[in-house]
Write a protein that binds this ligand. Structure first.
Ligand code: COA
Ligand code: AMP
Length: 632
């Protein structure tokens, strides 16, 4: 029988979603198989209710099933930590033993199905153990990225209301030691919700005082625990909540189910990433982001791949060759990272000289996948020239959990077109809409929207906020999910993702909210008004810059206020926001109705042509913005 090509598979996924996804569901282990793939329930008609009647456990699919099938001795997880000088390997059997014991310890302390567990941990194996242990007993984990400050952690604790918070004594960021325990203590003081207890993994680089009410050391916590079995869960039971930036300071708690997620990730590992069981996959991201959830932890393990957990940076830990050495050392078949990581390497090694001098044998590497931000042509071409493998840009979001557009290497490699993440993948019916929700002429830029129901694996809601869920994503365009990205589709079906339609910025592959930064800066007593926009950055893609209007009574110098706001944002939101510059102006450009002209300012920052809006209240302010930004 001849192999189906990409177009046939894609068409089949849209024409017969039930048949298509039931077949995909057959590749995972169910305690009870689903009755059907897709159900639409009345009150949630805009999303699919996938795999009704199916009972499964994601941890079972990630670990137990492989051990049961005789692959217990295969390496499941490689912890590669140039910052601590350690490499550790865990077989499926070893990882399962640790996960089952930790799950048993959680259960013994009263954590059960549906309870929330916040995980605020660096990139260490215990973090993966914690996630899988939650999945095992049906507790809902919420991993909070380590680069967020205490207040952001507190906001997430208040929203998720966890029974327990899991952390480590410290994180290692390049050559800095980050005191996670101190950050957690502060967060617990700030939060209204108080968890029942906290479990702290002690790292040798910095010991934590177990000084907060409810603190327990990790070793003591698991000391007498009995391994827990997998809890059979409904396909629609939540697996995790992952907070992502919205346009306001309040993050959105994206909720993922068990069934759709498991099926979609398994499908994607084979069909998008071309991974066969037994091979090694490396997503150089962080477990605090969706890439880490889907492709450091769940996807590779469900597909019985060896996954690499890398605690380090693309440069400086110790040098720009660390990625290549890691690929060679662990025989990585496919690397997934953000373009910004490649830009950081390229900046230090523009001609690939350092890389050649290192003489790494990269013959094991078959593909590089990039996502998190638009891949610029330079980065792509440099990667192809150095690595000599297909370099695949693919587009996705926290909400979707896996690719909307990609070049599906496991089906058929399509020609690579620079600037395009290729085509919509199975299950995603993509449209480009005008502001009235009407399809736009081919090749013209509009809002990228996905026809509902979304495929399996995509989010099933926002935690405790189904109203925001509907309003933010499904209201503007009836029958579609609004991605928040703008772009176009060319005559060959290639998709081009050009920019956001909202005030989200993308800093070093991290999606961040300018609204959140504005809220913090507005709290400064000398700031009367502010607007934050993203300006282009060679390394990080974009970085935030604040335009500040100061109170007339302000006695401090502009420089002082600027550095105060920088500190404030670091303290309240976290260093990862990379907010380092501000300019002081007399007035923000606004329309007569008071709307700040952010998009005009963004164009000014990008030296793009802009029209002075007819409704502008203070036209002179634009030239002031222009000269202030020029000084940066
Ligand atoms: N815990 C604590 N602090 C953290 C952190 C963490 N987990 N992650 C980042 N930070 C801090 C950094 O130390 C830095 O602090 P500083 O301002 O005091 O130097 C700040 O947050 C910004 O971090 P980052 O954006 O990582 O910048 P960088 O200059 O340290 O490194 C890159 C630049 C390009 C090397 C880095 O951003 C990178 O590797 N990016 C890849 C991103 C990625 O994988 N994204 C996932 C999407 S697929
Ligand atoms: P996150 O939810 O953090 O994964 O961020 C998702 C956003 O990052 C998307 O909505 C896009 O704006 C951007 N993004 C991710 N991947 C790509 C890509 N390949 N091309 C362009 N933008 C991307």
């Amino acid at each position: 029988m001849s192999k189906l090509n990409f177009n046939q598979i894609y068409a089949e996924s849209l024409l017969e979603p039930n048949k298509f996804w039931l077949q995909a569901a057959g590749k995972i282990s169910w305690f009870e198989p689903p009755i059907a793939a897709l159900n639409r329930v009345e009150e949630n008609a805009f999303i699919g209710n996938w795999f009704r009647g199916g009972k499964l456990n994601t941890c079972f699919n990630a670990l137990d099933v492989h051990v049961a099938n005789g692959f217990g001795e295969q390496t499941a997880l490689i912890y590669e930590s140039p910052v601590s000088g350690q490499t550790q390997r865990f077989t499926f059997k070893q990882l399962l033993a640790q996960v089952a014991t930790f799950a048993g310890a959680l259960k013994a302390k009263g954590v059960s199905k549906g309870d929330r567990v916040v995980i605020y941990m660096p990139m260490i194996p215990q973090a993966v153990v914690a996630m899988l242990a939650c999945a095992r007993i049906g507790a809902i984990h919420s991993v909070v990225f380590g680069g967020f400050a205490s207040k952001e952690l507190a906001v997430r604790i208040d929203d998720a209301e966890p029974k327990v918070v899991l952390t480590a004594s410290c994180g290692l960021e390049g050559n800095k030691v980050i005191d996670y325990k101190a950050l957690l203590n502060q967060a617990l003081q700030l939060s209204q919700h108080k968890p029942d207890f906290q479990v702290i993994f002690q790292r040798e680089q910095l010991a934590a005082q177990l000084d907060y009410s409810g603190d327990i050391g990790w070793v003591d916590f698991v000391a007498n625990a009995q391994p827990a079995e997998c809890e059979p869960l409904d396909a629609s039971d939540p697996l995790y909540i992952l907070y992502t930036s919205g346009t306001t300071g309040k993050p959105k708690g994206v909720v993922r189910d068990n069934g759709g997620h498991c099926v979609a990730l398994k499908w994607s590992m084979q069909n998008i990433y071309n991974m066969n069981p037994g091979e090694t996959f490396w997503a150089a991201s962080d477990i605090g982001w969706v890439v880490g959830h889907s492709y450091i932890v769940y996807g590779p393990l469900i597909n019985r791949n060896t996954t690499v957990l890398f605690e380090g940076k693309p440069v400086g830990t110790p040098d720009s060759n660390v990625f290549w050495k890691t690929i060679e050392k662990h025989q990585v078949k496919t690397l997934f990272t953000a373009p910004t990581a490649i830009r950081a390497i390229k900046k230090l090694d523009p001609q690939g000289k350092l890389m050649r001098e290192a003489k790494c044998d990269l013959s094991c590497l078959e593909a590089l996948f990039l996502a998190g931000e638009r891949s610029d042509a330079d980065t792509l071409q440099w990667s192809v020239a150095q690595l000599k493998v297909p370099v695949i840009d693919h587009w996705w979001q926290t909400e979707t959990g896996w690719s909307i557009c990609a070049n599906c290497l496991g089906i058929e490699q399509l020609p690579i077109v620079l600037g395009s993440p290729t085509k919509a993948v199975a299950g995603y019916e993509l449209a480009v809409l005008d502001k009235n929700g009407q399809p736009i002429e081919q090749g013209k830029i509009g809002a990228l929207a996905i026809k509902t129901p979304l495929p399996p694996g995509t989010f099933i809601g926002l935690w405790k906020d189904q109203v925001r869920f509907k309003e933010s994503y499904f209201k503007r365009f009836a029958g579609y999910y609004e991605t928040g990205d703008a772009g176009f589709i060319d005559e060959n079906g290639y998709v081009f993702v050009m920019s956001r339609t909202d005030d989200i910025i993308n800093v070093a592959g991290h999606r961040l909210s300018t609204g959140a930064i504005e809220e913090v800066i507005a709290g400064h007593p000398d700031v009367a008004e502010c607007a934050v926009i993203g300006i282009p950055c060679d390394l990080k893609g974009e970085i935030p810059v604040a335009l500040l209007v100061l109170n007339e009574q302000c006695q401090a110098s502009s420089a002082e206020i600027q550095s105060n706001t920088v500190q404030l944002v670091r303290d309240k939101l976290g260093a990862v926001y990379s907010y380092k510059s501000a300019v002081v102006i007399d007035a923000l450009p606004k329309t007569r109705s008071g709307k700040v002209l952010r998009s005009t300012m963004k164009k000014i920052a990008r030296h793009q042509k802009y029209e002075v809006p007819a409704t502008i209240d203070n036209p002179d302010s634009l030239s002031q913005v222009s000269s202030a930004l020029a000084q940066l």
